[in-house]
Design a protein around this ligand. Structure first.
Ligand SMILES: NC(=O)c1ccc[n+]([C@@H]2O[C@H](COP(=O)([O-])OP(=O)(O)OC[C@H]3O[C@@H](n4cnc5c(N)ncnc54)[C@H](OP(=O)(O)O)[C@@H]3O)[C@@H](O)[C@H]2O)c1
Length: 280
Protein backbone atom coordinates (compact mmCIF):
# COMPACT_ATOMS: atom_id res chain seq x y z
CA UNK A 1 0.00 0.00 0.00
CA UNK A 2 1.23 3.51 -0.77
CA UNK A 3 2.64 5.42 2.23
CA UNK A 4 0.11 8.25 1.66
CA UNK A 5 -2.91 6.10 0.80
CA UNK A 6 -5.99 7.24 2.80
CA UNK A 7 -3.90 9.68 4.84
CA UNK A 8 -5.71 12.95 5.57
CA UNK A 9 -3.43 15.82 4.59
CA UNK A 10 -4.24 19.52 5.12
CA UNK A 11 -2.28 21.88 2.88
CA UNK A 12 -2.44 25.64 3.38
CA UNK A 13 -1.80 27.56 0.17
CA UNK A 14 -2.81 24.40 -1.71
CA UNK A 15 -4.28 26.32 -4.67
CA UNK A 16 -1.04 27.63 -6.19
CA UNK A 17 2.68 27.11 -6.67
CA UNK A 18 4.48 24.85 -4.21
CA UNK A 19 1.41 23.99 -2.10
CA UNK A 20 -0.60 22.94 -5.16
CA UNK A 21 2.30 20.89 -6.58
CA UNK A 22 2.62 19.02 -3.26
CA UNK A 23 -1.16 18.50 -3.20
CA UNK A 24 -1.21 17.05 -6.72
CA UNK A 25 1.58 14.60 -5.90
CA UNK A 26 -0.29 13.46 -2.79
CA UNK A 27 -3.61 13.19 -4.63
CA UNK A 28 -1.93 10.84 -7.14
CA UNK A 29 -0.66 8.78 -4.18
CA UNK A 30 -4.18 8.24 -2.79
CA UNK A 31 -4.26 10.83 0.03
CA UNK A 32 -7.45 12.58 1.17
CA UNK A 33 -6.39 16.18 0.65
CA UNK A 34 -7.90 19.32 2.22
CA UNK A 35 -6.77 22.75 1.06
CA UNK A 36 -7.03 26.22 2.59
CA UNK A 37 -6.53 29.53 0.76
CA UNK A 38 -8.48 32.78 0.38
CA UNK A 39 -9.68 32.82 -3.26
CA UNK A 40 -12.81 30.71 -3.60
CA UNK A 41 -12.55 30.47 -7.41
CA UNK A 42 -9.05 28.93 -7.22
CA UNK A 43 -10.16 26.54 -4.47
CA UNK A 44 -12.97 25.24 -6.70
CA UNK A 45 -10.71 24.93 -9.76
CA UNK A 46 -8.03 23.09 -7.76
CA UNK A 47 -10.48 20.56 -6.33
CA UNK A 48 -11.74 19.91 -9.89
CA UNK A 49 -8.11 19.20 -10.92
CA UNK A 50 -7.70 16.82 -7.98
CA UNK A 51 -10.72 14.85 -9.23
CA UNK A 52 -8.91 14.30 -12.55
CA UNK A 53 -5.82 12.90 -10.81
CA UNK A 54 -7.33 10.80 -8.06
CA UNK A 55 -5.97 7.33 -7.36
CA UNK A 56 -9.15 5.70 -6.04
CA UNK A 57 -12.90 6.37 -6.46
CA UNK A 58 -13.64 7.08 -2.78
CA UNK A 59 -10.81 9.61 -2.31
CA UNK A 60 -12.10 12.77 -0.61
CA UNK A 61 -11.06 16.37 -1.22
CA UNK A 62 -12.12 19.35 0.82
CA UNK A 63 -11.54 23.06 0.69
CA UNK A 64 -11.99 26.02 3.00
CA UNK A 65 -11.64 29.70 2.20
CA UNK A 66 -9.83 31.55 4.98
CA UNK A 67 -7.26 34.27 5.51
CA UNK A 68 -4.84 32.40 7.75
CA UNK A 69 -3.35 35.59 9.15
CA UNK A 70 -6.63 35.87 11.07
CA UNK A 71 -6.94 33.60 14.14
CA UNK A 72 -10.75 33.28 13.97
CA UNK A 73 -10.67 32.36 10.26
CA UNK A 74 -7.87 29.85 10.87
CA UNK A 75 -9.94 28.34 13.69
CA UNK A 76 -13.04 27.97 11.46
CA UNK A 77 -10.94 26.36 8.72
CA UNK A 78 -9.12 23.84 10.89
CA UNK A 79 -12.16 23.00 13.05
CA UNK A 80 -14.25 22.31 9.92
CA UNK A 81 -11.58 20.27 8.16
CA UNK A 82 -10.76 18.18 11.25
CA UNK A 83 -14.37 17.58 12.34
CA UNK A 84 -14.15 13.90 11.31
CA UNK A 85 -10.51 13.18 12.13
CA UNK A 86 -7.25 14.98 12.87
CA UNK A 87 -4.95 15.28 9.88
CA UNK A 88 -2.11 12.79 9.51
CA UNK A 89 -0.05 15.59 7.96
CA UNK A 90 -0.37 19.39 8.06
CA UNK A 91 1.62 21.26 5.41
CA UNK A 92 1.89 25.03 5.89
CA UNK A 93 2.74 26.47 2.48
CA UNK A 94 0.59 29.66 2.42
CA UNK A 95 2.90 32.63 2.17
CA UNK A 96 3.45 36.13 0.88
CA UNK A 97 6.49 38.23 0.09
CA UNK A 98 7.25 41.78 -0.97
CA UNK A 99 10.92 42.69 -1.42
CA UNK A 100 12.42 46.17 -1.45
CA UNK A 101 15.04 48.39 0.19
CA UNK A 102 14.49 48.47 3.96
CA UNK A 103 14.24 52.25 4.06
CA UNK A 104 11.55 52.22 1.36
CA UNK A 105 9.35 49.37 2.64
CA UNK A 106 6.38 50.69 4.64
CA UNK A 107 5.89 49.22 8.08
CA UNK A 108 2.59 47.69 6.88
CA UNK A 109 4.57 45.35 4.60
CA UNK A 110 6.51 43.99 7.60
CA UNK A 111 3.24 43.56 9.52
CA UNK A 112 1.48 41.79 6.64
CA UNK A 113 4.36 39.40 5.88
CA UNK A 114 4.75 38.49 9.55
CA UNK A 115 0.97 38.02 9.81
CA UNK A 116 0.69 35.74 6.77
CA UNK A 117 4.01 33.87 6.82
CA UNK A 118 4.64 33.47 10.56
CA UNK A 119 1.20 33.69 12.22
CA UNK A 120 -0.38 31.95 9.20
CA UNK A 121 1.93 29.02 10.00
CA UNK A 122 1.63 29.22 13.78
CA UNK A 123 -2.21 29.25 13.90
CA UNK A 124 -2.80 25.96 12.03
CA UNK A 125 -0.05 24.31 14.14
CA UNK A 126 -1.61 25.62 17.35
CA UNK A 127 -4.95 24.16 16.26
CA UNK A 128 -3.85 20.69 15.08
CA UNK A 129 -1.17 19.91 17.68
CA UNK A 130 -3.66 19.12 20.51
CA UNK A 131 -5.50 16.73 18.13
CA UNK A 132 -2.26 15.05 17.09
CA UNK A 133 -1.10 14.75 20.72
CA UNK A 134 -4.42 13.11 21.63
CA UNK A 135 -4.01 10.62 18.79
CA UNK A 136 -0.26 10.14 19.46
CA UNK A 137 0.91 10.67 15.89
CA UNK A 138 1.18 13.25 13.13
CA UNK A 139 3.54 15.20 10.94
CA UNK A 140 3.79 18.98 10.53
CA UNK A 141 5.65 20.52 7.59
CA UNK A 142 6.43 24.25 7.65
CA UNK A 143 7.61 25.93 4.45
CA UNK A 144 10.34 28.50 5.15
CA UNK A 145 12.85 29.59 2.46
CA UNK A 146 16.59 29.84 1.83
CA UNK A 147 15.91 33.39 3.09
CA UNK A 148 14.86 31.70 6.35
CA UNK A 149 18.41 30.63 7.24
CA UNK A 150 20.39 33.17 5.19
CA UNK A 151 19.68 36.90 5.20
CA UNK A 152 19.12 37.98 1.60
CA UNK A 153 19.43 41.63 0.46
CA UNK A 154 16.00 43.18 -0.20
CA UNK A 155 14.17 40.69 2.01
CA UNK A 156 14.29 42.33 5.45
CA UNK A 157 10.56 41.71 5.92
CA UNK A 158 10.39 38.24 4.34
CA UNK A 159 13.67 36.92 5.85
CA UNK A 160 12.54 38.01 9.33
CA UNK A 161 9.27 36.08 8.98
CA UNK A 162 10.95 33.01 7.46
CA UNK A 163 13.66 33.02 10.19
CA UNK A 164 10.78 33.18 12.69
CA UNK A 165 9.37 30.00 11.13
CA UNK A 166 12.76 28.40 11.62
CA UNK A 167 13.00 29.35 15.32
CA UNK A 168 9.45 28.15 15.84
CA UNK A 169 9.93 24.86 13.95
CA UNK A 170 13.32 24.02 15.55
CA UNK A 171 11.66 24.37 18.96
CA UNK A 172 8.39 22.67 18.00
CA UNK A 173 10.37 19.64 16.73
CA UNK A 174 11.96 19.22 20.18
CA UNK A 175 8.65 19.62 22.04
CA UNK A 176 6.60 17.28 19.83
CA UNK A 177 9.16 14.49 19.46
CA UNK A 178 8.16 12.81 22.77
CA UNK A 179 4.55 12.59 21.51
CA UNK A 180 5.57 10.78 18.33
CA UNK A 181 4.77 13.82 16.18
CA UNK A 182 7.25 14.67 13.43
CA UNK A 183 8.09 18.19 12.28
CA UNK A 184 9.81 19.17 9.04
CA UNK A 185 11.01 22.53 7.75
CA UNK A 186 11.42 23.20 4.03
CA UNK A 187 13.96 25.67 2.66
CA UNK A 188 13.12 26.15 -1.04
CA UNK A 189 15.36 28.31 -3.22
CA UNK A 190 13.79 30.52 -5.94
CA UNK A 191 10.90 28.52 -7.38
CA UNK A 192 8.92 29.33 -10.52
CA UNK A 193 5.52 30.26 -9.05
CA UNK A 194 3.14 33.25 -9.15
CA UNK A 195 4.76 34.52 -5.91
CA UNK A 196 8.21 34.68 -7.54
CA UNK A 197 6.80 36.58 -10.51
CA UNK A 198 5.15 39.05 -8.12
CA UNK A 199 8.44 39.48 -6.20
CA UNK A 200 10.34 40.11 -9.45
CA UNK A 201 8.36 43.33 -9.94
CA UNK A 202 9.84 44.80 -6.74
CA UNK A 203 13.30 43.20 -6.31
CA UNK A 204 16.18 45.67 -6.07
CA UNK A 205 18.98 45.03 -8.60
CA UNK A 206 21.24 43.63 -5.84
CA UNK A 207 18.56 41.04 -4.99
CA UNK A 208 18.20 40.06 -8.65
CA UNK A 209 21.98 39.52 -8.93
CA UNK A 210 22.05 37.42 -5.73
CA UNK A 211 19.08 35.24 -6.68
CA UNK A 212 20.57 34.75 -10.15
CA UNK A 213 23.34 32.71 -8.42
CA UNK A 214 21.05 30.29 -6.67
CA UNK A 215 19.24 28.50 -9.52
CA UNK A 216 15.52 28.20 -10.18
CA UNK A 217 13.41 25.14 -9.41
CA UNK A 218 9.94 24.22 -10.60
CA UNK A 219 7.19 23.89 -8.00
CA UNK A 220 7.04 20.17 -8.77
CA UNK A 221 10.78 19.74 -8.05
CA UNK A 222 10.21 21.31 -4.62
CA UNK A 223 7.12 19.15 -4.13
CA UNK A 224 9.08 15.98 -4.94
CA UNK A 225 11.66 16.84 -2.24
CA UNK A 226 8.91 17.62 0.28
CA UNK A 227 7.01 14.39 -0.33
CA UNK A 228 10.22 12.34 -0.07
CA UNK A 229 11.20 14.26 3.08
CA UNK A 230 7.87 13.41 4.73
CA UNK A 231 8.23 9.72 3.86
CA UNK A 232 11.79 9.65 5.24
CA UNK A 233 10.72 11.75 8.29
CA UNK A 234 13.48 14.28 7.59
CA UNK A 235 13.50 17.39 9.74
CA UNK A 236 15.42 19.60 7.29
CA UNK A 237 14.21 19.48 3.67
CA UNK A 238 16.43 21.41 1.25
CA UNK A 239 15.10 21.11 -2.31
CA UNK A 240 17.84 21.44 -4.94
CA UNK A 241 21.63 21.47 -4.84
CA UNK A 242 22.14 25.15 -3.88
CA UNK A 243 19.71 25.09 -0.96
CA UNK A 244 21.34 21.89 0.36
CA UNK A 245 24.86 23.28 -0.05
CA UNK A 246 24.10 26.66 1.56
CA UNK A 247 22.21 25.10 4.47
CA UNK A 248 24.91 22.60 5.41
CA UNK A 249 27.75 25.13 4.89
CA UNK A 250 26.04 27.57 7.25
CA UNK A 251 24.81 24.91 9.72
CA UNK A 252 27.57 22.26 9.69
CA UNK A 253 26.92 20.76 13.13
CA UNK A 254 23.15 21.21 13.20
CA UNK A 255 22.42 17.46 13.31
CA UNK A 256 24.84 16.92 16.20
CA UNK A 257 23.42 19.84 18.22
CA UNK A 258 19.87 18.53 17.72
CA UNK A 259 20.90 15.03 18.74
CA UNK A 260 22.57 16.41 21.91
CA UNK A 261 19.52 18.56 22.80
CA UNK A 262 17.16 15.62 22.26
CA UNK A 263 19.33 13.53 24.60
CA UNK A 264 19.23 16.20 27.38
CA UNK A 265 15.45 16.65 26.91
CA UNK A 266 14.81 12.87 27.10
CA UNK A 267 16.94 12.68 30.28
CA UNK A 268 15.01 15.57 31.86
CA UNK A 269 11.69 13.92 31.01
CA UNK A 270 12.82 10.64 32.62
CA UNK A 271 13.78 12.62 35.76
CA UNK A 272 10.38 14.34 35.75
CA UNK A 273 8.56 11.01 35.38
CA UNK A 274 10.59 9.51 38.25
CA UNK A 275 9.87 12.53 40.51
CA UNK A 276 6.16 12.17 39.64
CA UNK A 277 6.18 8.48 40.59
CA UNK A 278 7.97 9.21 43.91
CA UNK A 279 5.53 12.04 44.75
CA UNK A 280 2.54 9.80 43.89
N1 LIG B 1 8.37 30.77 -4.99
C1 LIG B 1 9.53 30.86 -4.38
O1 LIG B 1 10.56 31.26 -4.98
C2 LIG B 1 9.66 30.47 -2.93
C3 LIG B 1 10.95 30.29 -2.40
C4 LIG B 1 11.09 29.94 -1.07
C5 LIG B 1 9.97 29.76 -0.29
N2 LIG B 1 8.73 29.96 -0.81
C6 LIG B 1 7.58 29.76 0.09
O2 LIG B 1 6.78 28.72 -0.42
C7 LIG B 1 5.42 28.93 -0.01
C8 LIG B 1 4.53 28.84 -1.24
O3 LIG B 1 4.87 29.91 -2.11
P1 LIG B 1 4.53 29.87 -3.65
O4 LIG B 1 5.70 30.44 -4.34
O5 LIG B 1 3.99 28.56 -4.01
O6 LIG B 1 3.39 31.02 -3.67
P2 LIG B 1 2.03 31.17 -4.50
O7 LIG B 1 2.09 30.45 -5.78
O8 LIG B 1 1.74 32.63 -4.50
O9 LIG B 1 0.96 30.44 -3.55
C9 LIG B 1 0.65 30.97 -2.30
C10 LIG B 1 -0.56 30.23 -1.76
O10 LIG B 1 -0.85 30.73 -0.46
C11 LIG B 1 -2.21 31.19 -0.41
N3 LIG B 1 -2.25 32.32 0.51
C12 LIG B 1 -1.55 33.48 0.42
N4 LIG B 1 -1.87 34.30 1.43
C13 LIG B 1 -2.78 33.64 2.19
C14 LIG B 1 -3.49 33.95 3.38
N5 LIG B 1 -3.35 35.13 3.99
N6 LIG B 1 -4.34 33.05 3.88
C15 LIG B 1 -4.52 31.84 3.28
N7 LIG B 1 -3.85 31.49 2.16
C16 LIG B 1 -3.01 32.37 1.62
C17 LIG B 1 -2.54 31.58 -1.86
O11 LIG B 1 -3.91 31.57 -2.15
P3 LIG B 1 -4.83 32.91 -1.98
O12 LIG B 1 -4.04 34.04 -2.54
O13 LIG B 1 -6.08 32.61 -2.72
O14 LIG B 1 -5.06 33.05 -0.51
C18 LIG B 1 -1.83 30.45 -2.59
O15 LIG B 1 -2.61 29.28 -2.55
C19 LIG B 1 5.39 30.28 0.68
O16 LIG B 1 5.44 30.09 2.08
C20 LIG B 1 6.65 30.96 0.18
O17 LIG B 1 7.12 31.93 1.08
C21 LIG B 1 8.55 30.29 -2.12
Amino acid sequence: MDFFDRKHIIITGGTSGIGKAIALRLVRRGADVSIIARRQSLLGQTIAEFEEHKARPDQTFRQFSADLSNWEEAQSAIETLTADAPPDVLINSAGYSHPGYFEELPVEVFQRIMAVDFFGTLYPCKLVVPLMIERGSGHIVNVSSVAGFLGVFGFTAYSAAKFAIRGFSDTLRQELKPYGIHVSIVYPPDTDTPLLHYEDEFKPLETKRLSGNAGLLTADEVARAVVKGIEKKRYVITPGFESTLFFWLTNPIFTFVNWYMDWVIAKARREKAQDGRQAG
